[in-house]
Design a protein around this ligand. Structure first.
Ligand code: TYM
Length: 348
């Protein structure tokens, strides 16, 4: 009998009472910005109402680019504090650090054996990140990074993966790899769906609306950092580039205003058309002044809560300890099933 025909029952017995599960992660690789908040964290918070959620600081992804040891440690804790301060509730959701659960790296190895070089070479993020590098000095980890991401998601048998637009291709690769594994070895994985929420899925740079807002590229004025003080936020929004013309209106010919209106709408929870209507007859200066206040109002409470968390370091450590234990319990079950499917002898 071929291995493909040797299909076995589902890895986890169906649990009718189980809510759909979500997995998502963010790299602790420096300044968190409004794009990360709107594209990811804000949706993570909302999804707690409807899903069982697993949220992760993906430190093994961060080291695909050289990090400074002390900064990586601090950034990892800061990122977890941002999750908590934004409303991720560790009583309801699992919050943990990727490298605390070794199953991620182990599953990655197994998935490496069924992922194709051609698939990874086609990843836009890989192409962007290596555009200027010499072929011989591109780290294998940078190339292989989407396979680690697939392992993250598949270990938790996640049904849904809330991400910004830029990560959609990686989730699609994850789906392909999961299906390939299930077909070749018998079902072990849930095939996950990307969840990309319309407003804020692709926040663009403030000084160049053709590029996405990013922590690695561009000047300080290209992004609003989650921790920027109010006067800095106001200044950055004021300096944001605008389009020719004077009307506060979005559209394909107005990439800068489209971006600013999207940010406004996403933060204020208001349809862009309503905002455009309110600013009829008013100019860019009025709109930007108000947008500055909308951003300040959204980020100030998060910043205050982060300060509180920083004053009680033991709390975050405790969250991470519980989170790693709970994550490991799920991950180790999936990994045991995968090992069995592949034919690895169980440890006696
Ligand atoms: P990362 O750390 O680059 O980004 C974290 C999240 O922020 C979103 N994002 C944006 N959303 C809107 N506009 C922007 N300008 C913007 N910039 C970033 C990203 O889409 C992402 O949702 N590979 C992932 C991390 C990862 C992961 C995972 C995600 C590792 N394993 C498993 C989901 C599931 C990354 O580098 O994201």
């Amino acid at each position: 009998m071929s291995e493909a025909a040797d299909k076995q029952p589902e890895a986890e017995a169906p649990r009718p009472e189980r809510r759909p599960r979500v997995f998502s992660g963010i790299q602790p690789s420096g300044t968190l910005h409004l794009g990360n908040y709107l594209g990811a964290v804000r949706n993570w918070v909302d999804m707690q109402e409807t899903h069982d959620c697993v949220y992760c600081a993906v430190d093994l992804h961060a080291i695909t680019v050289r990090q400074v040891r002390a900064e990586l440690r601090r950034n990892t804790i800061d990122l977890v504090n941002l999750f908590l301060a934004s409303g991720v509730d560790p009583e309801r959701s699992i919050v943990f650090v990727q490298s605390h659960v070794p199953a991620h790296a182990e599953l990655m190895w197994i998935l490496n054996t069924i992922t194709y070089m051609g698939e990874l070479r086609r990843m836009t993020q890989y192409k962007d990140k290596t555009a200027e590098a010499e072929g011989e000095s591109i780290a294998v980890g940078l190339f292989d990074y989407p396979v680690l991401m697939a392992a993250d998601i598949l270990l938790y048998r996640a049904d849904a993966v809330p991400v910004g637009e830029d990560q959609k291709q990686h989730v699609e690769l994850t789906r392909d790899v999961a299906e390939r594994f299930n077909n070749a070895f018998g079902k072990a994985f849930v095939v996950p769906e990307p969840i990309i929420r319309a407003g804020g899925a692709r926040v663009m740079s403030l000084d160049d609306p053709t590029k996405k807002m990013s922590k690695s590229a561009g000047s300080e004025n290209s992004y609003v950092a989650v921790m920027d003080p109010p006067d800095v936020i106001r200044r950055k929004i004021k300096r944001a580039v605008t389009d020719s013309g004077a009307e506060v209106r979005g559209g394909p010919d107005k990439p800068a205003l489209t971006n600013l209106l999207d940010i406004y709408g996403a933060l204020a929870g208001e349809p862009v058309a309503d905002i455009e209507r309110r600013y009829e007859g008013k100019g860019y200066a009025d709109f930007k002044a108000d947008l500055g206040e909308v951003v300040v109002a959204a980020l100030t409470p998060i910043q205050a809560r982060i300060k509180e968390l920083e004053a009680d370091k033991a709390y975050t450590v405790d969250v991470l300890k519980t989170g790693a234990d709970r994550a490991e319990a799920i991950a180790s079950r999936t990994l045991a099933k995968v090992r069995e499917r592949v034919g690895l002898v169980p440890r006696p």
